[in-house]
Design a protein around this ligand. Sequence first.
Ligand code: ARG
Length: 389
Amino acid sequence: MKKIVLAYSGGLDTSCAVKWLKDQNYDVICFAADLGQGEDFDLIKERAVAAGASKIHIKDLQDEFLDDFVLPALKANAIYEGKYLLATALGRPLIAKYLVEIAHKEKAQAVAHGCTGKGNDQVRFEVTAGILDPKLEIIAPVREWEFKSRDEEIEYALANNIPIDVTKKKPYSIDRNIWGISIEAGVLEDLEKEPPEDAYLITRAQSNISSFGKYIEVYFEKGVPKKLDGKAYKLKTLINHLNEIGATYGVGRTDLVENRLVGIKSREIYEAPAATILYTAHKELESLVLDRELAHFKEIVSLKYAELVYYGLWYSNLKQALDRFVESTQKHVSGSIRLKLSKGNCIAVGRKSKHSLYKKELSTYGKEDKFDQKLAKGFIKLWAMPYQK
Ligand code: ARG
């Protein structure tokens, strides 16, 4: 019997995929990755077995996710289409990496995932698996099976004793990890309508947020967040804290109509409190310590970096080369940023760094001024010279 390793979430699609693959004569081995989605992995294991998996591998990948995927994206200030902090997109290449690794360990000939043919995630899984081992066959049951609706799929699950959550009616499609939550479908497909409060999982609604803001201080070392309010934490703990604090103040919500790689425009809303706080703080610190040319060039790199992540090209040569550039920009990105969280806003209000390039004696309008204004006249003449007839 041919072996296949399936990226398994415990949801309806991947549970039906187990049964579907078994019917195609595969020995199905499941792999569930813990990226901080807060699921009950004992339950996931039970479900995989009940659906027909011969085995399940469960791995806590949170630290690796943060160190090797989230941090590089944070250092790069990578944001897709001005709003999306890429939580889902960053998780996929890591899951694909382990799919391939487990396939090798299990001597499986194929890997599978539960993504539809309309999204970006199928691309991310398959491009990554293809880069890491081009010989592995890749199967996407959801793209191939012939259920015409979700109801039909639920019927199939019930008929085959596949355990599903029929009690929890889920009007949205949700992907969650420690870096953020992506929410789509249902009423969100009506672009004219404001997302209903029940679409958000963790961030507090404006009406429930105290009118007093909260100040926090984040300390970075070489682009890596190390302390919150003067106290050192390991990255995972720091991000969990920031998610909690940020969510209390409604920070990190976005509503985006985005361009998918497969050519479709789709509306997705996101919740990413910790990511929003850390991006805001990191960018602010860079404003202080990077010189103008480096800072401006880095903005171009940020755009390209975000595209590469979104497009599933994490393991591409360009992404790796950009990582080296970004890393080289971070050697002076150390210092503290004070932020004010209030009613959905996160604003930097104070900054401090031993590598600060800010010179008060040059910028001041006070009496300590050391800037020689007379020099400006000649500078402007030379600057304008090429454009004058
Ligand atoms: N649009 C986001 C991306 O392509 C998230 C995709 C998954 N979203 C979801 N609700 N399941 O990265």
